[in-house]
Design a protein around this ligand. Structure first.
Ligand code: R5P
Length: 310
């Protein structure tokens, strides 16, 4: 078995390798002068079970291209089985036609990964579970929920806790966290007047006097979280924090979190973060390296992955 990393999240790849107590396979992934991606695997991988770790986060197209080119290099180097380990699967929100003459880019990206030669995919908290079906190869969709639930247990008193889904689409995810914590659930009725903007219409549930935790898969511009936090405070919540699997954190997000009513934002390390995020006192990160490492170990040993979530 071999572990290989692209450039998108070398810190996480290193932590996964440390968890598995094995080194990352030596490889060069660099750019030609015109910015084309070049990859060279510097160790023999013939007949090996290889796991390529690469989130397709910002810059999504460059990171996706690195994943495809690394996979092609592995196919041509006669690897026995190639697993694309994509902790954050970019393009996932483009999972349906939103209008006439628009693409389904999540399906296209799934096709690209498959056609490049991946035999299986290991990812985490896909924006919608059914994206798993966009791949015609075995795909394991890990859940960060147990890791985040554990962090909540260690950092938040359980009395008066209320888990909040920031939109109707996230109810199943939020309910599963609420169940693990034996907490109540409330829902924000969010509307998107246009892409990138969110508006809170209503709160379904009584949050007065409650300690609220917003739970979602992605924080991108931060609009959803900050607007939801304001609405919850207006309805009498005593404090609002947020636990989010993927910290996309684009544009004004970090500033919005820093200036807004959120007490704390906890994200995983599925996406490597710039200094601006690492230095923000309100943002804390929890590692999913042990979870992904354990899933890799189980796949390599042909053991159950779903057992991890029992
Ligand atoms: C949407 O359905 C997702 O689950 C997130 O709520 C959304 O992507 C967050 O975006 P933003 O931070 O830009 O409001």
């Amino acid at each position: 078995m071999k572990l290989l990393s692209g450039n998108s999240n070398r810190v996480l790849a290193g932590a996964i390798a440390a968890h598995l107590d094995m080194p990352l396979t030596k490889a060069q992934v660099k750019r030609f002068a015109d910015n084309e991606v070049f990859a060279m695997i510097e160790e023999n991988v013939r007949g090996e079970d290889v796991f390529v770790i690469q989130s397709t986060s910002y810059p999504a197209n460059d990171n996706l291209m690195e994943l495809l080119i690394l996979t092609d290099a592995l196919v041509r180097a006669s690897a026995k089985r190639i697993t694309a380990v994509v902790p954050y699967f970019g393009y996932a929100r483009q999972d349906r036609k939103t209008d006439g003459r628009t693409p389904i880019s999540a399906k296209l990206v799934a096709n690209l990964i498959t056609r490049a030669g991946a035999d299986r995919v290991l990812t985490m908290d896909l924006h919608a579970g059914q994206i798993q079906g966009f791949f015609d190869i075995p795909t394991d969709n890990l859940l960060a929920t147990p890791v985040l639930a554990q962090d909540i247990k260690e950092n938040y008193p359980r009395d008066n806790l209320m888990i909040i889904s920031p939109d109707v689409g996230g109810v199943v995810r939020a309910r599963s966290l609420a169940k693990r914590l034996d907490a109540d659930l409330a829902i924000v009725d969010k509307r998107r007047p246009k892409a990138g903007e969110s508006e809170v219409m209503n709160i379904i549930g009584d949050v007065e006097g409650r300690r609220c935790i917003l739970f979602d898969d992605i924080v991108d511009s931060g609009g959803t979280l900050v607007n939801a936090a304001k609405a919850l405070m207006d309805k009498g919540a005593t404090e609002v924090s947020a636990y989010i699997s993927h910290g996309v954190l684009s544009g004004p997000a970090v500033q919005r979190v820093a200036d807004g009513p959120l007490k704390e934002l906890v994200i995983t390390d599925s996406i490597e973060q710039p200094d601006e995020v690492l230095k923000c006192p309100k943002i804390r990160r929890v590692s999913v390296a042990p979870l992904i490492g354990e899933a890799i170990r189980r796949i390599a040993n042909e053991e159950s992955v779903s057992k991890l979530f029992d």
